[in-house]
Design a protein around this ligand. Sequence first.
Ligand code: 4NP
Length: 153
Amino acid sequence: MKILMVCLGNICRSPMAEGILRAKSTHLEIEVDSAGTSSYHYGENPDVRAVHTLRKKGINISNLIARQFTTADFDAFDIIFTMDKSNYDNVIALARSNQDKQKVRMLVNELHPGSNGEVPDPYFGGDQGFEDVYNLIDEATDKFLMRLQNEVQ
Ligand code: 4NP
């Protein structure tokens, strides 16, 4: 299964989500990547605050490189998790078919089904925002993997 994490810049939330899910799914046949709906930070490594927050948890995302979401990602991935409603709307706007649209989900709905809750953008805030993003993504990806494993059994 191939999973794409999407946020706005692809330097804070989605590379964190990529690193977190990859770290906890090494025993599963899951591939994880991430992208941004914008090209603002194309080619850059993740924000140092995101790197430091995950380094404390034993996860290294320092080598990831930001890229922009494209329609080809609908073909390459099975599930596309967006971090907030704005990312969701931007990805849905690029969908070419209902099949594309059905791949797109809000990540926080894994934790709180139907809530359409968001992973808040930590870019303009302080370090605590990154810690909060870590905790929310950690919980949401735990729930996602739990559900996935129940489906397989
Ligand atoms: P991200 O955070 O979407 O979680 O990567 C942001 C990074 C950069 C900007 C906004 C959000 N920016 O406006 O440059």
